[in-house]
Write a protein that binds this ligand. Structure first.
Ligand SMILES: Nc1nc2c(c(=O)[nH]1)N[C@H]1C(S)=C(S)[C@@H](COP(=O)(O)O)O[C@H]1N2
Ligand SMILES: [Mo]
Length: 316
């Protein structure tokens, strides 16, 4: 089913449980830091290697919660990107290996404009906008991030979904040769997410290609990822390679792996607890203490109408 991994990946993780090799790497990095050894520096540095991120120009927009931005260093080092491992520091250590240019997005399903689109054909880099959004992870931590990208709605219209299309399905790259986490069956790869058509057309739904004034680093979903600020962070799918239009509610990766814990909607809701923890409060990365979690992550003014009459306890 999956492509064989390349030789560099066969080394330790193939034969060693993840917790063991992760610890080993942390010990190595720690030793390097402690003794300042240049010999070990190669190991520590390779875990931090990155490509050069081009600066991006963008219009300021009105979307700004007026809260302090999360330090860029935290946003690029504390990540969920399970294709590169399940620890928060795995993506920063591993994702730099992923090749993100050229990048093609396949568009298929119920559309009059199917095809393989170059990233530059679906994102106009001369019309980028900045959106400062809260990001609320289902794990009860949050950040404030200045994304750069384009609103999703005009792209959806350009891709000409047919009238029967009720949902948009998104898929992440799943290349075992570039993504060491794919060897672990934590998710039924590829990572899949979806939105109802009216959610996808909501002005807040955003496709990001950058943040903090430059291109996205790989660990944050380069070269193009979704940002849906009123939903838990896992809806904001990274490194998108496929957009499909369908009349069927997409079965998302998290619905498949734990249907009683993760539903299709996954709207931020302080009144609907996760079966294993409360969602009433959150830890804002970089702050002490906890904040109250806001209904729809504070975006009710724009999105509450999408869910009028729906039981949000049932449709979690
Ligand atoms: N393909 C893919 N997309 C993903 C994830 C993932 O593991 N794989 N994690 C999600 C989760 S749980 C969160 S909270 C956000 C985190 O985005 P960030 O690392 O840019 O802060 O990405 C989401 N998108
Ligand atoms: Mo998350």
């Amino acid at each position: 089913m999956f492509r064989r991994s390349s030789p560099w990946q066969e080394k330790e993780s193939e034969v060693t449980p993840q917790s063991v090799y992760v610890n080993r790497r942390q010990i190595m990095a720690g030793a390097g830091a402690l003794f300042g050894l240049t010999a070990l520096g190669g190991i520590a540095a390779s875990a931090r290697e990155t490509r050069t991120l081009a600066p991006l120009k963008a219009m300021k927009s009105d979307f700004d919660p007026g809260e302090e931005l999360t330090p860029e260093g935290a946003v690029t080092s504390y990540n969920n990107y399970y294709e590169f491992g399940t620890n928060k520091d795995d993506p920063a250590a591993e994702a730099w290996r992923m090749k993100v240019t050229p990048w093609t997005v396949k568009v298929d399903g119920m559309t009059d404009k199917p095809g393989n689109y170059a990233l530059e054909d679906i994102v106009d880099y001369n019309a980028l906008e900045e959106r400062i959004y809260r990001l609320r992870c289902v794990e009860a931590w949050s950040m404030v991030i200045p994304w750069l990208g384009v609103p999703l709605a005009p792209l959806i219209r350009k891709l000409a979904p047919q009238s029967g299309a009720k949902f948009v399905r998104f898929e992440t790259l799943a290349d075992r040769s570039q993504m060491p986490g794919i060897r672990w069956p934590v998710i039924d790869w590829p990572y899949v997410e979806g939105l109802r058509m009216d959610e996808a057309l909501n002005p807040l739904a955003f496709l990001a290609v950058g943040f903090y004034g430059k291109e996205l680093p790989n660990q944050n979903g380069a070269p193009v990822r979704l940002v849906v600020p009123w939903k838990y962070g896992f809806k904001s799918i990274k490194s998108i390679v496929r957009i499909s239009f369908t009349d069927d509610m997409p079965r998302t990766a998290w619905m498949k792996s734990a249907p009683s814990e993760y539903g299709f909607y996954s709207n931020v809701n302080p009144e609907v607890d996760h079966p294993r923890w409360s969602q009433a409060r959150e830890r804002r990365i970089g702050e002490f203490g906890r904040r109250e979690t806001l209904m729809f992550n504070g975006y009710g003014e724009w999105v509450a109408d999408l869910y009028r009459g729906m039981d949000l306890q049932k449709n979690y």
